[in-house]
Design a protein around this ligand. Structure first.
Ligand SMILES: *Cc1c(COP(=O)(O)O)cnc(C)c1O
Length: 346
């Protein structure tokens, strides 16, 4: 990876160890339950997420939508943050696959809270109303923020009071765990099901995990088939997933340290507006102080000429730089220097 790609942690290539393990993986037909590498991955994934069982799925979107399909009846309602991935970035799949209505909460810059959720729960006693069937929480959020355990616990209490399941979109679950200084299962204990990605900061080329109770995963396995996600010799992919969970998970703190280092260096550049407190995982958000005077296209081109790939600003006018395995300290320094040169006109 010669370019410095800060667009996301999904851009990570598999490591040499992963490629070696993939080539050597024992495989079988996983639709028959015959793939030993997939079975090993699912057992290990279940154990670190503190759940009875786990299922290998093709993507994070697939895992979330499979969870909705398995938890919810058609026409029921799911309560979740309006900025969540399920609402914003899954192509409206919830309407097509699970056939549910998404009831969104605007957390006004903060995170989803139990009282805000409880106000929207509908028991369905009135025939006009859809019935709430699920609460979804995203942690870490794809905007780089982490929900504290106390808030997760309050949401769990509300859910229990109303006999509702909780699904955790934990695409970056292990980043959240590192940020909170806890084991992943301390976060997942508050959810009935959890999805996490192997193919983001953990570097696997493909795949996510959906974990939950044995009964839930048995049903999800049938629904995965329905959705066309029953894969045959998937051990080739699971072999990389095992390295993702066993080894790469343990180095995420380096990405967080590099994000802080990058944020520190960027914040020292005159014209950059950056809140150090917002750097909780591997994401650095910043904006230009004099937005109007900066030509965004020119900035993107300038960075590209230096071999640095970035995305344009989000709806709130902020750039997001994401650190990952291929963003070393040296590369952090090169990125900060490039931004400084752009600002100072070098
Ligand atoms: C990336 C992401 C997903 C979906 O993962 P894909 O593998 O890209 O489908 C779901 N939720 C969140 C919070 C994500 O960041």
């Amino acid at each position: 990876m010669n370019v410095i790609d800060l667009r996301s942690d999904t851009v990570t290539w598999p490591t040499d160890e992963m490629r070696t393990a993939m080539a050597a993986a024992p495989v079988g037909d996983d639709v028959y339950g015959d793939d030993p590498t997939v079975r090993e991955l699912e057992a290990y994934a279940a154990s670190i997420s503190g759940k009875e069982a786990a299922l290998f799925v093709p993507s994070g979107t697939f895992g979330n939508q499979l969870a909705l399909l398995t938890h919810c009846r058609r026409g029921t309602e799911v309560i979740l943050d309006e900025r969540s991935h399920i609402v914003q970035h899954e192509a409206g799949a919830s309407a097509v696959i699970a056939g549910v209505q998404l009831r969104t909460v605007d957390p006004e810059g903060g995170h989803l809270t139990a009282p805000a959720i409880e106000r929207r729960i509908r028991a369905g006693d009135d025939i006009h109303e859809p019935k709430t069937s699920l609460i979804c929480v995203e942690n870490a959020h794809s905007n780089g923020t982490v929900i504290p355990l106390s808030a997760m616990e309050s949401i769990r209490r509300i859910a229990d009071r109303h006999h509702l399941p909780v699904h955790l979109d934990g695409a970056r679950l292990f980043n959240a765990a590192v940020s909170l200084g806890v084991q992943a299962r301390e976060i997942t204990q508050f959810a009935d099901s959890v999805m996490f990605c192997l193919s983001k900061g953990l570097c696997a080329p493909v795949g996510s995990i959906l974990a939950g109770s044995r009964k839930f995963i048995d049903e999800a396995r049938r629904n995965r088939k329905l959705m066309g996600g029953g894969l045959r010799q998937a051990g080739i992919l699971a072999a990389a997933g095992l390295i993702a969970l066993k080894d790469m998970r343990l180095r995420l703190d380096a990405d967080h340290d590099n994000a802080k280092l990058l944020a520190q260096k960027l914040s020292e550049i005159p014209g950059v507006s950056l809140d150090m407190g917002s750097v909780q995982i591997n994401m650095v958000y910043f904006s230009h102080e004099r937005q109007a005077q900066i030509d965004e296209e020119a900035f993107l081109e300038f960075m590209k000429d230096r071999g640095i790939l970035i995305n344009g600003t989000d709806e709130s006018g902020r750039f997001r730089f994401v650190t990952h395995h291929w963003i070393t300290r040296e590369r952090v320094a090169a990125v900060a220097q490039a931004v400084r040169d752009f600002y100072t006109g070098d």
